[in-house]
Ligand binder design. Structure first.
Ligand code: FCB
Length: 481
């Protein structure tokens, strides 16, 4: 089950900052027609891009010396992923890379966020490199730069080498050191062409869904695994940022967090308290260590057994930019069957939904951006992921004539623009995703791509949203000149 399948079921939230009620309700209504791409007034230099991740698109899991990742192991257990699917082929990007880069450039998009596969670069999770793996990312970086597309490289998007999982994975402190080593060596090899480094993708999701609920790889459960993973991911992030600096990386250095306003499922006091605890573990436990070196009071005692002296200073790193992944709010209810007695619950608001049961709440983006700006004043923020899914089996024509996706993007861009007007320092927006791809434990069921990928032939077909979003980026590019 995809984490956000739960969102249908989830206030108080992060930091009790400005209420959203003052915003005009008209902004919450979907656009009847695709709006004029030139009508969005983002400042010169604002980066429009698309995001992907290695495991979700590359395929070729057993080719050219790649090692297994925790996701290979997880997929090959037939009960874990919907329909027993795996990412052995995924979107076939490993073999279609030049075509995919051309799709980005031809659409008029000038920014691409992707991740490198750790087990493709270092198959056993140690310092022994796989030359063919490095050759692939060499070609990718060269292709992007030749086409005028700026690379935004994510180091870790959940695909830990299985060899490291065998030694405890993120429940072991040593994995943090291995991440730093991976960052250092990757930077030494590719760093001359990487203007933007992003260390992590969504620590909160990886720690909770993969190490507490067990719905994602590596499939661990329980609060202890959750908090051990959470702390070691935070520590690894800090060590990797230090390692990137030590490597002489010239690019800017940042990271990506899943930031979602948390609200209680009902007005009941126990739901409000559960939502506060969950907020501390979801948003607070990632952002507070990064910006202040500490954990929120509500969970600090639970996490303390994993923390050693000196960790605070490693976790709190100055960063050049913070990537925010936003899809919707999380609704939380009191539920004693789960750690922290908190779990996903009913949505107290009548929001429209898209495939997978994700509520469409673009005002939540305004809410989270203004809160983060107020509390942490990051040097720069960008939206590293935001996107809309259709169901893979939909044959209505909607998958290609995807006005609903255009409307979703347009609504989020409007609230993003509003957050900027209210002082949020945001410099870019990336749609999830370039391609229809492997959606983790939902397999190939949800299609997030601006470009459809035929599951048999792997033919790429740009959807209407791809043309519209590209036109929007071009209109802004033109304003710059
Ligand atoms: C995010 C993940 C990304 C993708 C989207 C839909 O949580 O970072 O890989 O699966 O959700």
């Amino acid at each position: 089950m995809n984490i956000r399948s739960f969102l249908t079921l989830s206030r108080r939230g992060l930091l009790r900052l400005p209420a959203v009620a003052a915003l005009p309700p008209a902004l919450l209504h979907p656009d009847p027609l695709p709006p004029d791409p030139a009508s969005f007034n983002f400042p010169p230099g604002f980066a429009f891009g698309v995001s992907t991740s290695a495991y979700q698109i590359e395929g070729a899991v057993r080719e050219d010396g790649r090692g297994d990742s925790i996701w290979d192991e997880f997929c090959h257990n037939p009960c874990r992923v919907k329909g027993g699917q795996n990412a052995n082929i995924a979107a076939g990007h490993y073999h279609h890379m030049p075509e995919d880069v051309a799709l980005i450039a031809d659409a008029g998009l000038r920014n691409y966020r992707f991740s490198v596969s750790w087990p493709r670069l270092f198959p056993d999770g140690g310092s022994r490199p796989n030359p063919k793996g490095f050759a692939f990312y060499d070609r990718l970086l060269d292709a992007l730069l030749t086409k005028g597309v700026t690379p935004w490289l994510t180091l870790y998007h959940w695909d830990l080498p299985q060899a490291l999982q065998a030694k405890g994975g993120w429940t072991s402190r040593d994995t943090a050191v291995r991440l730093a080593e991976f960052a250092y060596l990757t930077s030494r090899a590719l760093g001359d062409r990487v203007p933007n480094w992003l260390v992590m993708n969504e620590t909160a999701v990886h720690a909770y869904i993969g190490h507490c609920l067990g719905y994602h790889a590596p499939g661990l459960t329980g609060q202890d695994n959750w908090f051990a993973a959470l702390h070691h991911l935070n520590l690894g992030q800090g060590m990797a940022i230090e390692a990137l600096r030590a490597s002489g990386a010239k690019g800017r250095i940042g990271t990506v967090a899943a930031c979602e306003p948390i609200r209680p499922s009902s007005p009941a006091l126990e739901d409000a308290q559960a939502a506060e605890r969950f907020d501390a573990a979801w948003n607070g436990a990632v952002l507070e260590p990064l910006f202040f070196g500490s954990y929120p009071e509500l969970i600090a005692a639970d996490i303390a057994p994993h923390v050693r002296s000196g960790d605070a200073g490693i976790m709190a790193q100055p960063i050049d930019m913070l990537g925010i992944n936003y899809y919707s709010r999380l609704n939380i209810a009191h539920n004693p069957a789960y750690p922290l007695s908190a779990y996903f619950g009913a949505n107290p608001r009548r929001s429209p939904y898209f495939a997978g049961g994700w509520p469409i709440e673009p005002d939540g983006l305004y809410e989270i951006l203004t809160r983060i700006q107020h509390r942490y004043s990051p040097r720069e923020m960008f939206i590293s992921e935001n996107g809309f899914a259709t169901v893979g089996t939909d044959t209505s024509g909607a998958p290609l004539d995807d006005v609903a996706r255009i409307s979703y993007i347009a609504q989020h861009l409007r609230f993003l623009r509003r957050a900027m007007d209210s002082g949020a320092n945001v410099s870019g927006y990336f749609v999830w995703s370039l391609l229809d791809s492997f959606e983790w434990n939902d397999g190939m069921k949800w299609h997030f791509g601006l470009v459809a990928v035929d599951p048999v032939t792997l033919e790429r077909i740009p959807k209407r949203s791809c043309h519209w979003y590209g036109a929007l980026a071009c209109a802004h590019e033109a304003m710059r000149i």
